[in-house]
Design a protein around this ligand. Sequence first.
Ligand code: PHE
Length: 357
Amino acid sequence: MDERIAMNELDALVASAETDFAQAALPADLENAKARFLGKSGRITALMKDLASLPVDEKKTRGAAINLAKQAIEAALNARRQALADAELQAQLQAEALDVTLPGRQRGPGGLHPVSITLERIEGIFASMGFEVADGPEIETDWFNFTALNTPEDHPARSMHDTFYVEGAGPDAPPHLLRTHTSPMQIRHAVQHVKRHRAALDAGEGMPEIRVIAPGRTYRVDSDATHSPMFHQCEGLWIGENVSFKDLKVVFTDFCRTFFESRDLVLRFRPSFFPFTEPSAEVDIQFQSGPLAGRWLEVAGSGQVHPNVVRNMGLDPERFIGFAFGMGPDRLTMLRYGINDLRLFFEGDLRFLRQFR
Ligand code: PHE
């Protein structure tokens, strides 16, 4: 056999492998191509088998040449394998690419809920008149919500129909309920205040006046355009040795005129009844201009704190006297902004809420 032709034949074989490998677009194609050259019945394998029939010295040179060709094919195979793996990685990187130049989704600046705006306004106005702000539990005991407030066992507010009672407090635990008003804070705050000044009181020295408001959530079994089962109240309490109904009128009138920014706003104290105040009055306001002008609008309950309640605060009703009021911040918000449905406050519709931002 002419060696040069034989060599050319091997070169051609390597070239043909290189071409086939280059044409393999997928790893599976490449493995098929590899089998055609290096596999059990591949062409290199066949050439190796043919060696057996050659004379010894020819076997050597031809064997070495075939080995070189085999190595060249293997090198081409590995190069192509690497190229395909690189291409696959590139494709994957491309597919999973993150465009970090895309502007992020921003959170809006947000804003206060209209009722929160009202609560902040109420707190600010009363703070300017020397009132503290107190906070208390929404799950109350029967004692603070009713009994301590001189509310008798047969009072309608105590019925299951009007009040959310809380189960699971245990057979011996005192009854609990979702507070139906913020008035329990009168007792809670006063008791703490009195405790702090007990020694001075016992020594006959007196104590600083109690002047506090207590805003917060309250609950009743009630739901329509002007009632929500959860609503807000803000309690007010002023107790001292010489606090009169006149002070209640001055403070509350001042508050309403400041809150509504209306100097000519008129107030009416309409006789009413609450177990924990005596005398008691509903507070109505009347605007002199604007869409609500001329109508009496109820905004609060109020009255002089009942002697039994003063006693439950730990004070002597012969010496201490004062007044309390409870107003509805939800209603104040509706009046201030001209909103006609209370439920809008609690539905969380951003189209409504954004108007107050
Ligand atoms: N707690 C009463 C209510 O919810 C309001 C009130 C508070 C009345 C304080 C008098 C004094 O209706």
